[in-house]
Design a protein around this ligand. Sequence first.
Ligand code: C2R
Length: 163
Amino acid sequence: MTVPPVAIIMGSQSDWDTMRHTAETLDALAIAHDTRIVSAHRTPERLYAFATGAKSAGFKVIIAGAGGAAHLPGMTAALTPLPVFGVPVESHALRGVDSLHSIVQMPAGIPVGTLAIGRSGAVNAALLAAAVLALSDPDLAGRLEAWRSRQTAAVAERPQNPA
Ligand SMILES: Nc1c(C(=O)O)ncn1[C@@H]1O[C@H](COP(=O)(O)O)[C@@H](O)[C@H]1O
């Protein structure tokens, strides 16, 4: 079985509402991906097995979404040499600021590329993964360029119903 280039992992089923935007953006770029629930807190052995085996399995980039005390992206980065992008999921109590701070403040030596809180971060994690993969995939580079051109063309010059 061929392993897709991107793994999307998330701490809980409840993160899917955010992380589905990563999956949808990768779909729009025809980038195959795998989605899994992996939690540093609740399923530490699953995390260890996944992260230590991810590179040899054939994954190229890992996108990790988590909320609250969001240790998942950092712990994943500690266990693999692959690039890890972290998406702070918006939490109820602190609106995702806790998630953001947990993911972004990594100690020097173990990087996590941290995106914005919520949907924007989930979309941009996919685009960043696409940009990395496009460095060695000219077809994907073309698809990414076309995606951005469509986005530009979709922005109206004037707002509808201006106040
Ligand atoms: N931050 C983490 C980790 C982790 O970092 O390992 N595992 C679960 N969680 C987060 O807990 C939040 C609440 O989870 P539940 O909705 O299941 O209670 C989720 O946003 C999840 O990412």
